[in-house]
Design a protein. Sequence first.
Length: 247
Amino acid sequence: MNLTELDAGVWYSRLWRGRRYLGLSSAFDGALDKLLAGLPTMSGGKAEKARQRVHIDADGWQKFEEDLNALPSLQCALWQERQVIITYVGGDGVTSDRLCAPLGLVLKGRVWYFVAQVETDIRAYRVARIREAIVLEKASPYPESFELAAYWEKSQRELRFTLPRCLAVVRVAPEIRVAFQKARNVKIEEEQGADSESWHRLLVDFETAGHALENTVLFGLNLEILSPPELREDIKEKLQALTSLYS
């Protein structure tokens, strides 16, 4: 596959239609342009196979800018079906080199992930944490049985199952209901209806107690955490300490 033979038209039309269908905002365009810059010429079956190596998950985690300097090299390794050595900074800050067989690129919100096989495992690496990507001459044939979208959906389900959770029942004033639902680190699990004062009861996943405190301070008297009792006590203690600090 020759990267000098570029014809991004077919790819762009497909991804652009996908963008409109998924309702992605214009903020998506910058990352998409970076991807399109390295698209190879393909037709027929080859184009379809290559299309399956990029997956767009419109449900983003957060909104911020990413360092995508490694993306062109990762594209090259993926399109040319070659092994690549990446220098990766883990969540613990430790840097390591890993020999990868590229399997795909995934865009989740505005965050790119590089999916690859490392030894016998299939892993997803955040592109912004890849400090360097060196494409090797050694071939890495793409496995016909691998389906990127299916792998990604499965991995996301497993991740959500293992993530720490801070479930709470909250009482929300009607004037901040919409804003609360859109707040950072707030995931509405269940709506339990409104009371006689039109306040809504919601089952919320804050992920951590710190996020619950953050939203309590943000929304003040318009938000009350009803349960669990230990979370109420934890927030009460922290708010008392904060009040003492500013007394």
